[in-house]
Design a binder for this molecule. Structure first.
Ligand code: SF4
Ligand code: FES
Length: 248
């Protein structure tokens, strides 16, 4: 199997991007997309050429590092799938595949397909945590949680912070990411104590990082590899509105 890659290459944030066409040969349809890039980079390195810079870590869909736009879609456009879980059987032999980095003002390009997603970390530092006293682990039955609330909290907690929602949004909004983090904690009793301060601080950090506003197009939820629901954005708006009314 072979593919023709059209890769957006950029030396650093200050350089202009250019397009390079690279042939990927000797592939099998059982390879993951990242394994294909490894094969291509091995060859480029042996030829003395600059390998394609891309990010990855876990390669099993849990870390959120493999941030790539493939043929115009963040993570390649396959439902509930990160790039590292995408396999070449989804592509036609000889197909031309276009690769670009996440594009958002808050995600400056580091090199080629790698962007700095530190803005999402700064939002988490502003409020994506629960303050607890140190000491022994509390008894598991000391704080009963309704099954429905636990399920909804866990549905939000699966967000891996990849930033695909931002890359897909025409406003480069991070509302789905922040909505998932705020929802996960607001739905659990441990997170309710700080819910007002959290919602205000995380939204402020999101605005300061340069993410855009949400106009509810739903593009974020359509590409989210963890299928985070737009309900999380509704819950974030509710949490934020209530905190504002309370004058926290
Ligand atoms: S909401 Fe989905 S797309 Fe956005 S950061 Fe979380 S997992 Fe990624
Ligand atoms: S490399 Fe970790 S989610 Fe893809």
């Amino acid at each position: 199997m072979r593919l023709t890659l059209k890769v957006c290459r950029q030396k650093d944030a200050a350089s202009a991007p250019t397009w390079e066409t690279i042939e990927a040969t000797g592939l099998s349809d059982g390879m993951s997309f990242l394994e294909m890039l490894d094969v291509v980079n091995d060859r480029l390195t042996l030829e003395g050429r600059d390998p394609i810079a891309f990010d990855s870590d876990c390669r099993e869909g849990v870390c959120g590092c493999c941030a790539l736009v493939i043929n115009g879609s963040p993570h390649g456009g396959h439902r509930g799938t990160t790039v590292c879980q995408l396999h070449l059987r989804h592509f036609r032999d000889g197909e031309t595949v276009v690769l670009e980095p996440w594009r958002a003002q808050a995600f400056p390009v580091i090199k080629d397909l790698i962007v700095d997603r530190g803005a999402l970390d700064r939002i988490m530092q502003a409020g994506g945590f629960v303050s607890v006293n140190t000491g022994g682990a509390p008894d598991g039955n000391a704080m009963p949680i309704a099954k429905a609330a636990a399920d909804r909290a866990m549905d939000a907690a699966v967000c891996i912070g990849c930033g695909a929602c931002v890359a897909a949004c025409k406003n480069a909004s991070a509302m789905l990411f922040v909505g998932a983090k705020v929802s996960h904690l607001a739905l659990l009793p441990q997170g309710r104590v700080e819910r007002d301060r959290r919602a205000l601080a995380m939204v402020q950090a999101m605005d300061e990082a340069g993410f855009g506003g949400c106009t509810v197009t739903g593009a974020c939820a359509a590409v989210c590899p963890k299928e985070i629901s737009l309900e999380c954005i509704a819950r974030l708006n509710r949490e934020y509105g209530l905190a504002m009314l309370k004058g926290e």
